[in-house]
Design a protein around this ligand. Sequence first.
Ligand SMILES: *[C@@H]1O[C@H](CO)[C@@H](O)[C@H](O)[C@H]1NC(C)=O
Ligand SMILES: *[C@@H]1O[C@H](CO)[C@@H](O)[C@H](O)[C@H]1NC(C)=O
Ligand SMILES: *[C@@H]1O[C@H](CO)[C@@H](O)[C@H](O)[C@H]1NC(C)=O
Ligand SMILES: *[C@@H]1O[C@H](CO)[C@@H](O)[C@H](O)[C@H]1NC(C)=O
Ligand SMILES: *[C@@H]1O[C@H](CO)[C@@H](O)[C@H](O)[C@H]1NC(C)=O
Ligand SMILES: *[C@@H]1O[C@H](CO)[C@@H](O)[C@H](O)[C@H]1NC(C)=O
Ligand SMILES: *[C@@H]1O[C@H](CO)[C@@H](O)[C@H](O)[C@H]1NC(C)=O
Ligand SMILES: *[C@@H]1O[C@H](CO)[C@@H](O)[C@H](O)[C@H]1NC(C)=O
Ligand SMILES: *[C@@H]1O[C@H](CO)[C@@H](O)[C@H](O)[C@H]1NC(C)=O
Ligand SMILES: *[C@@H]1O[C@H](CO)[C@@H](O)[C@H](O)[C@H]1NC(C)=O
Ligand SMILES: *[C@@H]1O[C@H](CO)[C@@H](O)[C@H](O)[C@H]1NC(C)=O
Ligand SMILES: *[C@@H]1O[C@H](CO)[C@@H](O)[C@H](O)[C@H]1NC(C)=O
Length: 856
Amino acid sequence: MRGPNYAELLVFLFLCSATTICFAFNLSDSEVIMRCIEEERQALFKFKQGLQGNFSIPSSWGMDVEDVANGKELNAATKQYLNLSDNYFFGTIPPQLGNLSNLISLDISWNVMIIEDYNLDWLFRLSSLRNLDMSSVNLSKVVNWPDKVNMLPSLLQDLRLSNCQLSLPVPPTLINANCSSPLSFLDLSFNQFNSSIFPWLFKYYNRLLHLDLHRTEIEGLIPKALGNMVPLVHLDLSSNKLEGPIPNLSKLSLLRELHLSNNQLNGSLDNVLGKLSKLQVLDLSFNSLKGETHLSNLSSLNQLDLSYNYDLSLKFSPDWIPPFHLDYIGLGSCKLGPTFPQWIQTQKNFSALDISSARISDTIPNWFWDLSFNIKHLNISANQITGNIPFEWFLTRFQALNAIDLSYNRFSCPLPQLNSNSWVLNLSNNLFRGTVTFICESEGFLEYLDLSNNLLFGELPKCWPKMANLELLNLANNNLSGKIPESFGKICWKYSFLRSLHFQNNSFIGELPVSLMNYSSLSVIDFGENNLSGRIPTWIGTSLLQLMILRLPSNEFVGSIPLQLCQLTFLQILDISHNSISGTIPRCINNFTGMTQRQNLETRTFDYRTITSVGSMHFYWQYIEKARVNTKGLPLEYKKILYSVKVIDLSSNRVEGEIPREVTSLLGLIGLNLSRNLLTGVIPQNIGDLESLEFLDLSSNHLSYVIPQSLATLNFLSYLNLSNNNLSGRVPTGTQLQSFTASSYAGNLDLCELPLNRCREDNMAQGPQIGSTHKDGNIEEHENSHEHLWFYTSIAIGFIVGFWGVCGSLILKVTWRRAYFQFLDRMGDRLFVTIVVNMAKLLRNFKSTQCYQENV
Ligand SMILES: *[C@@H]1O[C@H](CO)[C@@H](O)[C@H](O)[C@H]1NC(C)=O
Ligand SMILES: *[C@@H]1O[C@H](CO)[C@@H](O)[C@H](O)[C@H]1NC(C)=O
Ligand SMILES: *[C@@H]1O[C@H](CO)[C@@H](O)[C@H](O)[C@H]1NC(C)=O
Ligand SMILES: *[C@@H]1O[C@H](CO)[C@@H](O)[C@H](O)[C@H]1NC(C)=O
Ligand SMILES: *[C@@H]1O[C@H](CO)[C@@H](O)[C@H](O)[C@H]1NC(C)=O
Ligand SMILES: *[C@@H]1O[C@H](CO)[C@@H](O)[C@H](O)[C@H]1NC(C)=O
Ligand SMILES: *[C@@H]1O[C@H](CO)[C@@H](O)[C@H](O)[C@H]1NC(C)=O
Ligand SMILES: *[C@@H]1O[C@H](CO)[C@@H](O)[C@H](O)[C@H]1NC(C)=O
Ligand SMILES: *[C@@H]1O[C@H](CO)[C@@H](O)[C@H](O)[C@H]1NC(C)=O
Ligand SMILES: *[C@@H]1O[C@H](CO)[C@@H](O)[C@H](O)[C@H]1NC(C)=O
Ligand SMILES: *[C@@H]1O[C@H](CO)[C@@H](O)[C@H](O)[C@H]1NC(C)=O
Ligand SMILES: *[C@@H]1O[C@H](CO)[C@@H](O)[C@H](O)[C@H]1NC(C)=O
């Protein structure tokens, strides 16, 4: 197969052979050059023949094909170094590569290559090799690779086999092997081992300086013998399944970086870190470490991450002066409180601080606002911190922050106008006062802006075109008022990034601005609980095709449900309850394929996530999407399982006509609320097809005739309300239906209420009885207590199933939580993704600023 850059590849390879390899000899003799060229050219040519795909010259070579072809730049291409990393090569690595016997460094990582015959013999001929990087080359079929590594060229120092699909041989014959190479750098991350790897590794105990076993599925205890690998400078065992205590590592006195995060390590840190006075990076986050921790001998420490060890407490005497100066302080979810940790005052130059959920309930000391000028990331969320934020701080430090999270505290102060370069700004769930006009002073980098649950008031500013990078905007639960300005949807781009928009529970008035249709990327709109009026715009259906959640309840919308809404095929939650909507329910609702499918669209995620980094440490920022749904007669806020919540709520409107049969094809629905409308006709015969249904409220309509027998097949139904209709006949028999209280069926003139045993044989013979009279007061009382029992039981069951069944398991189930953080960690691992994203961001910012200036 001929790749598109075939000719370039040929020229390049020819010149490579002449320059790269022969320069090693610094030859002046043309004959020798020719021979050399011929041999090496053949080798590279054969190498090339095994490869297909696109080819670009690694930037590190610093040369241009044209220049090389013209005989220039030859001097730039000195090297016994062959770096073909990340070039989208795919194909087989031919053994002829072994003829490049002068190679010192070979990097073929991050291509899509396999080894011919799964044979690494060609490697052994590269007798000068010192550095070898084959990361991401699929080596799964190489027989007994640990032996092969032992036999590698005797000069090899640096070996990187990350993500090579390596596993341990069965049985692991690792101990007998000899190892002669001066191997000092070994990266085996992202492979699949177990603790049997250690005996082999310990063969290198006296030479390894850098050992990376990140995400290699190693389980069990950390072996004590690790403490004998005295030369170690960098040790990474993070994201494995290691458990138990951390052994005494005091021997490793040269250690500079220790990464053990995201394991299941427990026990205390006493007698572990004793004299690691050279340690610069300590990352023990996401474990279950306990007890009190002293950091007094870590005088070189620069990056500290102990976050998410819920039982680890860091309590120092108030006058303790730490011997270190930290750049990264990660102590989220550790026990630091209840008083504000004084020692942070001694850290004058950090760039990241995370003391979120640290159980601090204190007034924030004044010195805190005088801290590091260098700070880029600040997270002090989810404590009980009170106090003011000084105006000067907002104007000086604040503007240098990339990401700031002060949410879930008790800060009470007016928000001044401020110039913020942040892209994450979360001030939600505090007592901040003032207007939101301050955002107009920002540079427009903001991606994540959450100001919900504060005391903000006033109208929205008009600077929205500047905010072209917004992905999440949450202004919910404030006291904002006025119309939503037309400028709100005026964006500078062909497309927008805004995915989630929360304006609920404010006092906005007027119609939704047409410009909103430009936010075609929106998947969540929540304008509920305002005073918005006018018709539900048709453009919601024609322009916002990504919508998954549309909440407009408790407003003053009029008119009918636009047919165009049926084009929202991803829609999962449609809530337009408590308005003045009239007309009929469109038959085309079976077009909501998001609701017709029982399985969850897990591939589509609501949540906003981003990572900010300091050195090798990462800050994770995320917004978990949430929506309020009236389930079982009570409002419930759904968060993590939101993607599986599929609900239609049209209650408390003036919707008339019949319930369309098509509703029964929405097989994924868990909730259907059509109560308090003017619906007539019958309950659709196939209502039992809605197998996932958990709550059904059709009360207070004019529905007539019998309850369909199929209703009895709804096994998950835990709330049913058919009261105040004109239903007749008997309640179908089915375990579930009998468990509902009489109130579920009350107010139906002709309904035979089986749950209360009122459906006597004679009544059935005579036809339905009108009203529900009782012979005897005692029965009434007994029934009442029965009713109450059922009422409370069903509430309790509903709560347990609805809340603990899902939210609870996420809170409690360590494995799920772990899986979640592993996901985050995986994101962290691919730092280059961040880099790419940041590049894109930069570009976007640049363009958006330009665009804004053009538009002003
Ligand atoms: C190559 O040899 C020339 C003289 O023959 C010398 O000036 C030059 O420094 C040498 N280059 C290298 C890289 O050894
Ligand atoms: C490379 O090595 C192989 C095997 O040792 C040999 O057969 C071949 O002739 C050598 N030269 C080239 C240019 O492939
Ligand atoms: C090669 O490049 C072309 C165009 O640049 C692209 O369409 C194609 O997908 C690339 N192939 C591979 C294997 O990357
Ligand atoms: C090869 O080049 C890539 C980027 O072009 C670089 O990241 C990598 O470190 C280089 N490999 C070696 C061994 O220098
Ligand atoms: C690696 O190669 C093996 C054998 O060829 C294959 O079964 C496996 O799917 C490959 N793994 C990946 C991730 O490509
Ligand atoms: C590690 O994996 C190898 C190969 O799968 C297996 O033979 C060995 O028993 C495993 N060791 C442990 C401790 O699980
Ligand atoms: C290991 O090395 C010793 C001496 O260097 C040698 O006698 C022995 O045969 C080697 N063992 C293996 C398995 O290669
Ligand atoms: C630590 O973990 C080990 C292994 O998981 C367990 O056996 C031990 O009980 C744990 N110790 C504590 C104090 O939790
Ligand atoms: C930890 O190991 C060092 C070196 O072997 C030893 O000096 C020290 O006493 C040990 N500490 C504990 C608490 O076992
Ligand atoms: C710090 O080092 C001193 C002497 O080197 C030692 O006595 C002390 O126990 C160490 N502190 C901790 C907390 O390990
Ligand atoms: C503060 O830290 C930054 C790097 O994060 C460094 O460039 C700067 O020199 C430090 N300033 C002081 C006063 O130590
Ligand atoms: C149903 O959805 C498709 C897009 O998936 C759309 O083209 C069609 O117009 C919709 N039907 C109705 C009746 O709106």
